[in-house]
Design a protein around this ligand. Sequence first.
Ligand code: PMP
Length: 300
Amino acid sequence: MLQEFDPRNKDLKIYVKDGIYPRDEAKVSVFDSVVQGGDAVWEGLRIYNGGVFMLDRHLDRLMDSCKAMLFTDIPDRETITQALFDTLKANDMTDGVHIRLTLTRGEKITSGMDPRLNQMGSCLIIVPEYKAPVYDNESGISIITSTIRRNSPNFVDSKIHHNNLINNILAKIQANVAGVDAALMLDVYGYASELNGTNIFMVKKNKLYTPHADACLPGITRGIIIELAHKHNIPCIEKNISLTELYAADEVFCTGTMGELTPIKKIDGREITNDNSSNVMERLISAFEEIIPQYIVPIV
Ligand code: PMP
């Protein structure tokens, strides 16, 4: 599934550092840390019905990432929120929108890795685009297992939502070459961690399972699905999950802001067959749709 250009995004207004610019004029310096070393943190957010979904949780994760990266010039939550609302209002956007919000360590006085070269403040970038969930959530997706491991805390901790996405991109390239939609990444022990851009869940005999968030991003959608499972009395267990367990699951799905909940129909050529006629995914999709209005922060 390859995303296509949406003509509604032709004349976007984009926030960069201190103002809102037309798409073609929105630029960062070649000395910006994100260019020099992927030295930035980011969030993907979605707009539903006039509001930002789970804004607080996204800001919490952004702040956690900034702390881990020892950013020194961190705009406060109110400043980021106002910039976000101003950008959405400048675009007259209220629904069906995905936002890529990036905070870079900013421009450097000369090229190099050292954060002490960043003496011009951080750079906030807000790119809102009209974008429906990226996968076909009716037909589902096929995936392969990548040979690229997802980082454990031994390497670059996957809990930091940073812009060094090369391991995920290499995994996605393997999926593209294999002609499937996404790649499953394992942790260093060979257990499932997550897909290249989404978290993974499986259902077996009406119980829901997901990997521990040791080597995956603790996704906001993942978090809400776990909460909804508890609320609806669906047993939900975080555990090490091997490929054999995934191949033999009744249902497998992935979660993320980009695609919401997406069924996974085939893994490494194995069809996922619902031998126990479970409907856990369907129940969670309805529960998710139901709670969206409760977690919307209106654009003001
Ligand atoms: N895993 C990875 C690697 C991601 O990049 C993302 C989204 N940025 C997710 C999972 C899903 O997280 P969320 O539910 O917060 O969108």
